[in-house]
Design a protein around this ligand. Sequence first.
Ligand code: GDD
Length: 414
Amino acid sequence: KVVAVIMVGGPTKGTRFRPLSFNTPKPLFPLAGQPMVQHPISACKRIPNLVQIFLIGFHEERDFALYVSSISNELKMPVRYLKEDKPHGSAGGLYYFRNIIMEDNPSHIFLLNCDVCCSFPLTDMLEAHKRYGGMGTVLVIKVSAESANQFGELVADPITKELLHYTEKPETFVSDLINCGVYIFTPHILTAIQEVSMHREGQGHIAANIRHLSSFETLQSPTSRALPLDFVRLDQDILSPFAGKKQLYTYETMDFWEQIKTPGMALKCSGLYLAQFRFTSSHLLAGGDGTKSASIVGDVFVHPSAKVHPTAKIGPNVSISANVRVGAGVRLISCIILDDVEVQENAVVINSIVGWKSSIGKWSRVQADGDYNAKLGITILGEAVIVEDEVVVINSIVLPNKTLNLSVQDEIIL
Ligand code: GDD
């Protein structure tokens, strides 16, 4: 049997996702019309012998209750939200709930970060892991040397694929092979986490005893100093020390992979998932029945409850959520339109995310250059923003509940 655990963090994480995470936890923000966390959940569902999926985080229980019950019904697979009383780190959370996770006595545990976007080749990873042996296998990918330092950089044996060396977000370049935040482990991982925490406790005692004698701080690694005993990070505290000990292996993906820390990357990843739907769930893409002759360009998702005027032109990379109304002559390109938005006649939206219940007036334009990594590279309207008729909003972020009656460019409207 196999179980899967998806780490969903909590409200103190994901702050770069504001203002879109004010009312919706980042893992539930829709990409390609589905909550971010649903993409890894759907991938887990395809693993043979998977018996349960756990989401571990420190968001309020009520934020996830409705979602986990509906997705459990839909997939006919138990999906449970386990709430930590405080953050335990990316490995500590797993250990904290070890008894629940081991309930079914699984032989393997998948562990996934919720904020990565990829094709999740989980079954292939499991096969590879069984060939390698050891405690775990990490999904890895080659990225450009300039971008590698935002991630865990690693060195793997080209033949055996063993993880030989691991450094989390190093200041000087180590390798362009990086950690994708997708893992498979045997239950031995739980013992490894326990050891890290016990070792730290030991260090704490030594430190306390010699505190008055010398500068004890030099005895501890600078990163683990002052961390609570039960706070264990998967990367620094497990992958680094276990590298080169024939316990950890790597599986390289040649497919797409991105990390979703900002709204700009959410828009990019929404497009990647829409493109993937061509192969996995083409019934979810618009282009025929549901949209009643509105003209569709490329990959587009339109929620069945949305009303799109037949003279609107939509796509590529557009995702339209529930109860959205799109008027006559509207043009939408590369955008996410959230629930209950109204886009009035002849308005244009390009490279933007339009927040829940917002309204865009006639002949208005909401747009940006589409540089997904720049702070103002996409325009974001928070919840319930009103853009009046004939107003132009370019490369800007507008906080919730604002009304714009004048055009703005390169601004953050507080
Ligand atoms: N439940 C819970 N509790 N989840 C947590 C906690 C915690 O205390 N801390 C982090 N997480 C979750 C986050 O929500 C995210 O899904 C994942 O664990 C990793 O988050 P971070 O520890 O903040 O690391 P990161 O995202 O900056 O980088 C990690 O992922 C990259 C791939 O996306 C590292 O492992 C990098 O090496 C890796 O490249």
